[in-house]
Ligand binder design. Sequence first.
Ligand code: C5P
Length: 236
Amino acid sequence: MTSETTRARDRLIVGLDLPSPAEAEKMVATLGDAVTFYKVGMQLSFSGGLGFARELVEGGKHVFLDMKLLDIPNTVAHAVEAIADMGVTFTTIHAYPQAMRAAVEGRGDSGLRLLGVTVLTSLDDADLTEAGYGDDVSTLVKRRANQAGEIGMDGLICSPKETLAIREEVGNGLTLVTPGIRPAGADAGDQKRAATPESAIRDGADYLVVARPVIKADDPRAAAERIVAEIDSATK
Ligand code: C5P
């Protein structure tokens, strides 16, 4: 394995969207050294998966604990402090300035990297109006992306279709992590604005989050290897 391929491999984050730690453990064993980075979200966390996330870290894997935190500053700061103690690499905070400031304080000088969720991709302009916002989605995404950078967050979760606009707005200082990835020819499922791994990387994504195209594949390991190869060819 060349160091070039190693870097490409480390940019694939496989979402363990599975109902139990036992099933997640089986998937991680199947994927073996093809995958170095895993996302543990709410479903697995609330089914006993937090201990499993720690085991992944102890086993030398990188973990993105997708918690999408939003609460009063004291609670966010202490939650982030506890997440940092788990040794995970990334966690997510809804990109409200108050919550982001608290998260940065809670992270302290640990190695935990904080990703802001600007506007959930399930929300459109009408949803924002209904929720009482005066901004449309693209204005609010830009505003929050800038605030995340100013406050000292490390990066953002964004759709592959937003990466170019966000890079234009905030430059290269923030790490961009994109879900909504479908390898060429794969079933899009409920992802309406999916991009291929290659185009997402070319448009400026640093990491790709992929769940179903890997964990539901007939041969998950081969599916992951194909994505890594696409990431690799996009970086050449
Ligand atoms: O199966 P699929 O590759 O679509 O899964 C993508 C992962 O990224 C899931 O864990 C999903 O919850 C997450 N995600 C997403 N879109 C967002 C934010 C997170 O698909 N806007």
